[in-house]
Design a protein. Sequence first.
Length: 171
Amino acid sequence: MILVVADTGPVHYLVLVEAIDVLPRLYDRIIIPRAVLAELSHRNAPASVRHWATNLPSWAEVRRPSRVESTSVLGPGETEAIALCQELQPATVLLDETEARQEALRLGLPVSGTVGVLERAAEQDLLNLPEVLDRLRRTNFRIAPELLQQALSRDAERQQRRRTRPPDRKP
């Protein structure tokens, strides 16, 4: 079973680029920490994100960690996501913020983010990566341009391998 605990950023941007529905196709269980749900529902969140958060799909499971160690560096959503990921091992935590990713990695947790989810979905032919990354660029998502270019290059290489692969032969 593939379990993922999602922080606010990846869910927020997957909703904005209309790719949120890849999550249940990539993961068996998607956990949304209670603090993340509160952040997604906040009045300052984009309307589409608030709508998604107040009308959660059946595949989104909201949980609160049994124990949270507060930090002054991480926000409540990041803190709960990391705490839940630690409780629910083996699990991957979806985080975009650098400090949160570093903390999760320091704790030995598997980490992915918005672009990682989109790349994985493209690998499984669930979406067109260049189109979705173009939509992502039109949001306030922050990432080094070279990282997006690397993702696009990997996708182009995958597409090229698929086109040049000989057809499967049946015995």
